[in-house]
Design a protein around this ligand. Structure first.
Ligand code: ATP
Ligand code: MG
Length: 360
């Protein structure tokens, strides 16, 4: 199948400062791809290169089977939504939505039909005669999304479209964007540094660091099987717990040892067979089970330092040696600071990372 968007060996440098060295990615038609990573990792640079707003140093950008590397943004068949919505303040919502189409010289009837369709999709029908100053932040961002949608193109690009909104609006609009994608079936590339947006919206997430894609996979795969320590620590709140130790093979069965903890890995030997010496064990807060010891899992015990109730669940922090580890409990908990707890580690769900940080 032909990719909707294909980035081939892309290099982008500002003078002698290289932001993206050699990046390739293929995005399928109808896919919702999220670019996720810390500030400055090159997400906007990559998106702008696809949009044609950023000159490329080397490589190619293909959209719908056509090499558009040197095409103008308006000729690439994309619609783009930015973080700052920058609407025309003196124009009504209707005029804001239709502006680009009028400039492009589309027939009046076609413009009207598209504005009506887009307004209905974004619940803007009753606001068409208002000016931006008479709208809430969320409504303004919907108009900004509408300006991209009226172009009725196959590929939409979003650069942190929700980060100027408060938490409640962000959640509402996030669900609307997901519905929009389900209804329209366009290809969407969406930049964010918010992992909740990434996990909830994406078909696939590309996690970037310093201009390099660290892992490209479904949200579930990235959460369950992070490719390296960076991805493991970046995704998940609270973050994955890490314990440094060694894998020893003495006497046959491999064992992970750290600070009095011994985890028998004989059932997981296929993953750790090649590893000997220093490794990092990673496990999420929900992989520690308080009824664990009874079920024969390796036990980690410590003294509770902080309990964070979160409504549907609670995060319990406890001291293990000189490290603070977190554990997630569903519902209410009787645990409080000072209590001793013993938790079983669900080894099957844990991750191991080698000395170079990559997943074993
Ligand atoms: N015009 C420029 N000249 C030189 N360096 C630049 C320029 N624009 C961006 N950069 C650098 O390129 C790198 C990537 O920037 P980019 O804006 O793509 O990051 P980002 O991942 O979108 O970050 P954020 O989450 O903060 O928006 C940064 O180190 C930035 O300083
Ligand atoms: Mg950016």
């Amino acid at each position: 199948m032909q990719s909707a968007v294909s980035v081939k060996d892309l290099k982008i440098a500002y003078g002698d400062h290289t932001v993206i060295e050699k990046l390739s990615i293929d995005i399928a038609p109808r896919e919702f791809l999220v670019l996720l990573g810390p500030s400055g990792c090159g997400k906007s640079t990559l998106l702008n290169a696809i949009a044609g707003l950023q000159d490329i140093t080397a490589g190619e950008i293909w959209i719908s089977g056509k090499n558009v590397s040197w095409e103008e943004p308006k000729d690439r068949g994309i619609g783009m939504v930015f973080q700052s919505y920058a609407l025309y303040p003196r124009m009504s919502v209707r005029k804001n939505l239709s502006f680009g189409l009028r400039v492009a010289g589309l027939p009046k009837a076609e413009i009207e039909a598209r504005v009506t369709r887009t307004a209905a999709l974004l619940h803007l029908d009753k606001l068409l005669d208002r000016r931006p100053a008479e709208l809430s932040g969320g409504q303004r961002q919907r108009v900004a999304i509408g300006r991209a949608l009226v172009r009725e193109v196959d590929v939409f690009l979003f650069d942190e479209p929700l980060s100027n909104l408060d938490a409640k609006l962000r959640n509402e609009l996030r669900v609307e964007i997901k519905k929009l994608h389900q209804n329209l079936g366009n290809t969407m590339i969406y930049v964010t540094h918010d992992q909740v947006e990434a996990l909830t919206l994406a078909d696939r997430i590309a996690i970037m660091r310093d201009g390099v894609i660290q892992q490209l996979a479904s949200p579930a795969e990235i959460y369950r099987r992070p490719a390296n320590l960076f991805v493991a620590g970046f995704i998940g709140a609270p973050a994955m717990n890490f314990i440094e130790g060694r894998i020893e093979h003495g006497g046959g069965a491999p064992v992970f040892r750290s600070n009095g903890l011994a985890v028998d890995l004989s059932r997981y030997a296929f993953r750790t067979a090649a590893a000997e010496g220093p490794v990092t064990l990673g496990f999420r807060p929900e992989h520690l089970l308080v009824d664990g010891p009874a079920s024969g899992l390796p036990t980690i015990s410590g003294v509770v330092s902080v309990v964070e109730p979160m409504g549907s669940d609670a995060v319990v922090w406890f001291d293990w040696g000189d490290q603070s580890l977190s554990l997630r409990l569903m519902g209410d908990t009787a645990l409080e600071p000072g209590c001793t707890l013993a938790a079983g580690l669900d080894v099957a769900k844990a991750s191991f990372f080698g000395a170079d940080g990559s997943r074993l």
